[in-house]
Write a protein that binds this ligand. Structure first.
Ligand code: PMP
Length: 435
């Protein structure tokens, strides 16, 4: 291999010079572990990038992909089909909340988000309200890297590098609250923060707003868990004002919170759900938008017979390899009851994670829900969390993620209590090594 510092590979979301001076390369993976070039096993505390929910290189999935590659490599996705895309949509919708009756395929979370935003606009236009073009996101929200996603997203770095994005976008305030530090799971205070939506409605006029988009639990912002009742209250405000609610479940989908989707865990109705990652357990890129029956039917019935209802799609929407993987992955989740397993392990995960609190005065918060967790450190411009991540990888054989001043975790749902003990012990050692 070419020495990394000379490599032409411009890595995404990476400090390339820093990385290339001390590269971390993963060569193989199986179940809960990655293996580097020397054969060293690294325990995966993050399911790759929140995506390998079934664990790594599961033969039921990899064989389905291999056999599909030998059967049909590609079929045009516009005005043509192949059976697996239909089958994958059916399986996906079967595990989704009842009101979500259709699936639109994309190839990533970012594409799913932009697709959902376009569906929201197109729906209102067909429904006689073409002036509903505004979107409301939330501070700290991450919705991928398309121009739609970065506009509704709440990260200042996007605005610094790429400008103001779409016009007509506003944001709800963050749910992060230092008063709630070390809350286990959901807090029972703060549902009224959803009422900020009323202020934004007052400012912009309800009939200009197409949709509100939020991550049910903010992942990239450091596992920010909504207070009990918050999402239901957002829903009520949306209903009262004809606004669609988009739940971005790219991370929370597929069992991360112990149910197929967070919408089910929190018992809140979404008009559109975006998903990706766990849909194929990270094996083949695929994203999807799950669409409410009324939204779908309004659009399909609103177009004259023979006309395209949604002027949108990707060359690789419902790609045969991705569809084969999705079918096998969803089957595996069900066969191994992995979502129930996540729910059963949640209490153990929570106690183990919160035991880290005693370890170090520099820990200012620990947050968790389902099999998601974050440990937050005193502000250091992210340097301490990054050192902990590096120490965990090189010295403790553990993969976690550093983002800002916190470490986030989202292990594969196949993990055991012994794996949880290992993750927490090793992370504790890395924290102590990097004071
Ligand atoms: N939405 C959310 C909530 C995400 O966490 C992510 C990725 N982490 C995305 C969208 C974008 O997904 P992708 O990187 O597949 O485009």
């Amino acid at each position: 291999m070419q020495t990394p510092e000379l490599s032409p590979y411009w890595m995404p979301f990476t400090a390339n010079r820093q990385y290339k001076s001390q590269p971390r390369l993963l060569e193989r993976a199986k179940d809960m572990h990655y293996y580097d070039q020397s054969g060293r096993a690294v325990l995966d505390g993050t399911a790759g990038l929140w995506c390998c929910n079934a664990g790594h290189n599961r033969s039921a999935i990899t064989q389905a992909i291999q056999s599909q590659a030998d059967t049909l490599d590609y079929a045009p996705s516009f005005q043509m089909g192949h059976p697996l895309a239909f089958e994958a949509a059916k399986r996906l919708v079967d595990m989704a909340p009842d009101n979500l009756t259709h699936a639109f395929f994309a190839n990533s979370g970012s594409e799913a988000v932009d697709s959902a935003m376009k569906i929201a606009l197109a729906y209102h236009a067909v429904n006689g309200q073409p002036q509903r073009t505004r979107f409301i996101g939330r501070h700290g929200g991450y919705h991928g890297v398309g121009f739609g996603g970065i506009s509704v997203g709440g990260l200042v770095n996007n605005r610094r590098q790429f400008g103001h994005g779409l016009s007509g976008v506003d944001h709800l305030p963050s749910l992060k609250d230092p008063k709630l530090a070390f809350t286990k799971g959901q807090s029972n205070e703060g549902a009224d923060k959803a009422d900020h939506l009323i202020e934004l409605i007052g400012l912009h006029g309800a009939d200009t707003i197409a949709a509100v988009i939020v991550e049910p639990v903010q992942g990239s912002a450091g596992v920010i868990v909504p207070p009990e009742g918050y999402l239901q209250r957002l829903r009520e405000h949306c209903d009262a004002h004809g606004i669609l609610l988009i739940l971005d479940e790219v991370i929370t989908g597929f069992g991360r919170l112990g149910a197929p989707f967070a919408a089910q865990r929190f018992d809140v109705r979404a008009d559109l759900i975006t998903c990706a990652k766990g849909l194929t357990s990270g094996t083949v890129p695929m994203g999807a938008v799950l669409v409410d029956q009324k939204v779908h039917d309004t659009m399909v019935n609103g177009a004259p017979e023979g006309q395209i209802e949604l002027f949108h799609g990707y060359t690789y929407s419902g790609h045969p390899l991705a569809a084969a993987s999705a079918i096998a992955t969803l089957e595996l989740y069900q066969h191994e009851n992995l979502f129930d397993r996540a729910r059963e392990l949640e209490g153990y995960w929570e106690s183990a994670l919160h035991s880290l609190r005693e370890l170090d005065d520099g820990i200012v918060d620990i947050r968790n829900l389902g099999l998601m967790g974050a440990v937050e450190f005193e502000p250091s411009g992210g340097t301490r969390a990054y050192r902990i991540f590096e120490n965990a990888f090189f010295e403790q054989d553990l993969l976690v993620r550093a983002s800002g001043d916190f470490i986030v975790m989202s292990p594969p749902l196949i993990l055991t209590k012994a794996d949880i003990d290992q993750i927490v012990t090793r992370l504790g050692k890395a924290i102590q090594a990097c004071r």
